[in-house]
Design a protein around this ligand. Sequence first.
Ligand SMILES: [Zn+2]
Ligand SMILES: [Zn+2]
Length: 405
Amino acid sequence: MTDLRVLPLGTPAALAIRNIRIAWSVALVFVLVTTLWPRLSIGSGESPIDKLIHAAAFGVLAALFVYTRWLRSLWWSLLFMIAVAALDEALQMIPQLGRSADFDDWGADVVGIAIALSFCMAARPVGVGASRLIGQRRSIAADLLFVQPTAWLHLLTVAALGFAAGAPLGVLLDSWFIRKGPQPWQYGFIGGMLGMAVGVHALWEAGVRARVRRATSEQPCLACGASWPLTAPAAAVADLGTEFSNTTAPATNHCTRCGTPRRATDWAPIAPLQASAELGACLLPILLSTVALVVLSVTFITIVTTLRLRSDFVLRVDTWYQMLPTDARILGDIATVAFIGACGLAACRRRIAARVDQCGASCLGCGFDLRATTPTAIAGTCHECGGGFVRIATATPSALPEPTA
Ligand SMILES: [Zn+2]
Ligand SMILES: [Zn+2]
């Protein structure tokens, strides 16, 4: 994420941020109009999915807000979005609108915002060496996608299709397994939101990967996304290991638009991490999250069932909870799973990054020890599998090549 204040206007990264800001403003106006429209019945009061709609709308709004880069800190973004939600509820107190402010609605907004921002926090850049570089490539590839209006259209279309596919699935699952009675809308909505998330994520991942592949030959600036004519043919990029070394690397090559130094490693090929290593990194976080979820549920149920009869306070809290609408209680369950999931995701990403940062010391593709492979080169290919590697001097001290005689 590059700071917009240092980005020259008109560069792809600056245009991408502008587009995200427009999208956020349009989404905000849409949410405000639907919540403040006089006497609109959808999403107010008695609707069985009212709280879920509130959480989903403000969750999407909060996630988009983070990428507008108006505020750098996620904590300030959290406070700002909570204030926007409070303002939205406060405006509903205007008598002429015929709406009513609801503390529970605001609570649902805050839960949605908190879920969205916990995933933004889990998605923050990790690692210091090759993993940070891969993150920068993905970030600039995402910016290059956000510049295109067609990418936004594709995302919206897939979101709608995902919702249309997920909603009936949620209703079916409700009637087959959950059997809580006549509440198909709540599970239909959850199914729709999940379908939307899966569709958007799949399209996004495919789009970013395709853009990274294309950028590998275009070699845009990692800070602003501007492309410039290659001085060497694209085919020579694969040969960086012999072309550039620590002593002869042309690090003085600067971006003509933003002045950021261009490094030989910027778009040098990096072998993808072995699937088994990736899975190995994720096993422990997945196991711990599952255990945490089970322990938390069992503890919660035990506390409520044993203390309800003895403690007035627990009894009062439990009574308040039982009086909440069903969708608010479902939202509570979703939030618990989501927070633990976000912690697990963050741990997986950190552990994968730690393995990727070994790039240069051992091959990510096959595990071959690379320290003897042209140890002074900052990029090259593995003799064993042909996968690319980069060496970033500030990465991990242990990953640095051993000096050879
Ligand atoms: Zn630049
Ligand atoms: Zn290899």
